[in-house]
Design a protein around this ligand. Sequence first.
Ligand code: PGA
Length: 238
Amino acid sequence: MNKIVYDSYEQMSRAAAEIIIEQQTQKPDSVLGLATGSTPMGMYRALVDAHHAGRVDFFRAVTFNLDEYYRIPKNNTHSYHYYMEHNLFRHVNIRRKNTHIPDGDTDDVDAECARYDGLIQVHGGIDLQVLGIGANGHIGFNEPGQQLFTKTHLVKLTDKTIQDNAKFFDRIEDVPRYAITMGMGTIMQVKKIILLISGRNKAAIFKKIMRDEITTDIPASLLQIHGDVTVLLDKEAA
Ligand code: PGA
C-alpha cells in the first residue's frame, strides 16, 4: 500500500478530492464507491467547491455507497441517504438515478443485498473506491470477527462501532444496532482504492494495518493484498 502523509486534515481532504477529480476527468462515466462518516466530509466539501469552480462534472458518474444503517428510513437525518444528499449530491450535477445506497428500510434484506450486488455487477464493478476505517479496523461495516463475508449482507454492529458512532446521535441508545454493508469481496474487486485516515484516535489502527500480516480481526488488513491502494492520512493519524 502506498501512503501519503499530509500536514492537515484539510490538505488530506483536498488531495483525496483531486484524485476523484482526475478520475472523473479521465473517465466521465466512472463508477465511484463512496463512504460516509466524519472522515470524508472535508473531501466532499472540496469536491463541491471544485464543482462550483467548473473543475469537475458528475453528470455521467455512477455511485455506490458502502453501507446504510438498518432499519432506518431514507429521510431520517441519521441515514447515509441523508448524509450523501446533504454532503454531496444536492450540491453537484449528479443524476439521482445514478446514485446507489443500500435500502436500510427494506422488508426483504436478502433480496436487497442481492439487488445491490447485481447492480454493481451490471455497472462493471467499481473504478475508484473511497474508504474510511473504523478505529477497530472495519471497512464499510465489515466488522472484526472470525469470518468476513464477500457479498453485501446484514451485519450486527460491534459495541466499539456503536460507541464510536454515538457522536452523531443524541444518545447511544439511538445508534442503530444493524447495518447493510457491501462485502469484502466487492471491496477487494474494485480497481483502485483510496483509504482516508484522520486523527490521533486512528493512529493505532493505521500501524496495525501496515503490519505484514492479514487477519479477519482487522478487516482493513486485507487491503494489503489489493494491488492499488493509496492511504492518505494526516499527521495525527501517522
Ligand atoms: P469516521 O468513521 O470517519 O466517522 O471515523 C470511519 C468508519 O467507521 O469507517
